[in-house]
Write a protein that binds this ligand. Structure first.
Ligand code: NAP
Length: 250
């Protein structure tokens, strides 16, 4: 099977680091031009865009801000001419136990970045894809959408479950417009987001709960996203792909 994404323009949010950077690299290796969205790490985003090539470009957005989300999609269309696929990957994980003074604000911020921004970008993408009768949306959720979380990450798990339902609704509603939508639900992945937890409980302890013998890395997510973006898996629209080193079956 050959995957050629030459002349495909793909927006990847949160591509400056972690899973998003891994996804951007994999897509670009297959020839796609990437809109590398970032928030604070401009240097990392710029270095990545240069490294992956294909005339990829960086776009700064704070996805907490609804207007900036809308502007991001418009800016990418203005710059690239059209968009073939979007990968909604950017996310935050705020530890927010009930004792936190700012619990409500943290809940709002988590939902704004992890769910509302995804919804806005899906809306913008669907409007654009309808004019082209084609487009693919790949949303990065989490294993916690299915397993839930402890008190500190209630909002995170709720937002990630929302991403799953949002994606199913999109798959159900816009398939006949040529639009497909998929979810990736990773378990622990070795990135900045997971590092504090990995340090706290130790890699060996996490690996004990896996079927495989190492923790998932960003390079393990990119190839599946590339397959989904290629169109070769369109008949899986509405599906969620678990990438958790077999932790569900362990
Ligand atoms: N790591 C895991 O174990 C794991 C497990 C399941 C699901 N996930 C999900 O996978 C996705 C990527 O996670 P990761 O581990 O790669 O995270 P990460 O290493 O913390 O990277 C987060 C990315 O999101 C961007 N971002 C954060 N807040 C933003 C904001 N307000 N506006 C715009 N961009 C923002 C960051 O941009 P800057 O660096 O430029 O600020 C960065 O590129 C997230 O949706 C996460 O929930 C991760």
């Amino acid at each position: 099977m050959k995957i050629d994404l030459t002349n495909k323009n793909i927006l990847v949010t949160g591509a400056s680091r972690g899973i998003g950077a891994g996804i951007a690299k994999a897509l670009a290796e297959s020839g796609a031009q990437i809109a590398v969205q970032y928030n604070s790490n401009e240097t990392a985003a710029q270095e990545l865009a240069q490294q992956i090539g294909n005339d990829s470009k960086i776009f700064k957005t704070n996805l907490k801000n609804a207007t900036e989300c809308e502007q991001l999609f418009d800016n990418v269309v203005n710059e690239f001419g059209y968009v073939d696929a979007i990968v909604n990957n950017a996310g935050i994980a705020i530890s927010s136990p009930f004792s936190n003074e700012n619990w409500t604000a943290e809940w709002d911020e988590t939902l704004a970045v992890n769910l509302r921004a995804v919804a806005i970008l899906c809306k913008k993408a669907i409007e654009h894809f309808k004019t082209r009768t084609a487009g693919r949306i790949i949303n990065i959720s989490s294993r916690s959408a299915y397993r839930g979380e402890g008190e500190e990450y209630l909002a995170y798990a709720a937002a990630k479950a929302g991403v799953v339902t949002l994606s199913k609704s999109i798959a159900k509603t816009y398939g006949k417009d040529g639009i497909t939508c998929f979810v990736i639900a990773p378990g622990w992945v070795k990135t900045d987001m997971a590092q504090a937890y990995i340090d706290e409980i130790g890699e060996a302890s996490i690996i004990k709960d896996l079927s495989l013998n190492r923790i998932t890395e960003p390079k393990d997510i990119g190839p599946i996203v590339t397959l989904l973006a290629s169109g070769l898996a369109d008949h899986a629209t509405g599906t969620t792909i678990d990438i958790n080193a077999g932790s569900y079956v362990h």
